[in-house]
Design a protein around this ligand. Structure first.
Ligand code: CU
Length: 254
């Protein structure tokens, strides 16, 4: 069924449940589509002009249509209460505890994705909104020793395979939406909010990031962001390389 629908590559643990729900919704739509087509063809034939020159003012006398509507509503209710709500509770509402997942802070902007990593020590340096400035958009406290190995990336997010990842998502300007189709993850990025997004990636590779909210003229350009899923060793090596002090100016957007 998955192949029949042509669903894209799946590279996250929770994605199987999302795909299952997509398949069930499509099955319901298929039944409705076929049902309506059959009814349409029947109505065209049954009420053709040559046999029904005069309109029938009484209309339908059976309750078949009512029961069909009730049936559809029941199936929709089962999809919502039986599948969608429990899936949300399982996948969205239980982020990994502090220290369990690889933490990444992501700030969307017109029109790119900025990511901030805690570096080799795994702890973010202090950030304080009072330090926010044009050349210090992440509002980092440069005096904090724990922030010395923090680093930022531009349109380039790396995550380790088979380990939970916890992204804190925000936006610099307007509402964007962080969407990685292969992960079956979509979450709005809203200015002034830090929203947790978590997943466990399963298949190494390079996957496109999309913005799922029309956010301005260059909206399409946010697809230039990529998420790389790699082995834990490769990820650790990448973090170590990036953590090297470069003596560069405070992290800022490009
Ligand atoms: Cu956007």
């Amino acid at each position: 069924m998955k192949d029949l629908l042509g669903l894209p590559v799946l590279a996250s643990k929770h994605g199987k449940d999302v795909d299952q729900l997509i398949i069930y919704v499509h099955l319901l739509m298929l039944v409705l589509f076929v049902g309506w087509i059959i009814y349409f063809a029947y109505a065209l034939f049954r009420f053709r002009a040559s046999k029904s020159p005069k309109a029938d003012y009484a209309g339908a006398k059976t309750h078949l249509s009512t029961w069909a509507e009730v049936g559809v509503a029941v199936v929709e209710g089962v999809l919502l209460i039986g599948f969608a709500v429990p899936l949300w509770a399982k996948v969205v509402d239980q982020p990994p505890k502090e220290g369990e997942g690889t933490p990444i802070r992501v700030i969307a902007q017109q029109f790119a994705w900025n990511a901030r990593y805690p570096g080799k020590d795994g702890v973010f340096g202090k950030q304080d909104i009072k330090l926010l400035a044009p050349d210090n958009i992440w509002a980092v406290d440069l005096k904090d020793a724990q922030g010395k190995d923090d680093f930022t990336t531009y349109n380039d997010i790396h995550v380790p395979v088979n380990k939970p990842v916890l992204i804190y998502l925000s936006s610099k300007d307007v509402i964007h939406s962080f969407k990685v189709i292969a992960l079956r993850v979509t979450q709005d990025a809203i200015p002034g909010m830090m929203i947790p997004v978590w997943f466990t990636a399963t298949i190494p590779g390079r996957y496109q990031i999309n913005c799922a909210q029309l956010c301005g003229n260059g909206h399409y350009n946010m697809s230039a962001g990529f998420l790389t899923i790699e082995s834990v060793a490769a990820f650790d090596a990448w973090v170590a390389e990036k953590s090297k002090p470069s003596g560069a100016a405070p992290a800022s957007f490009e």
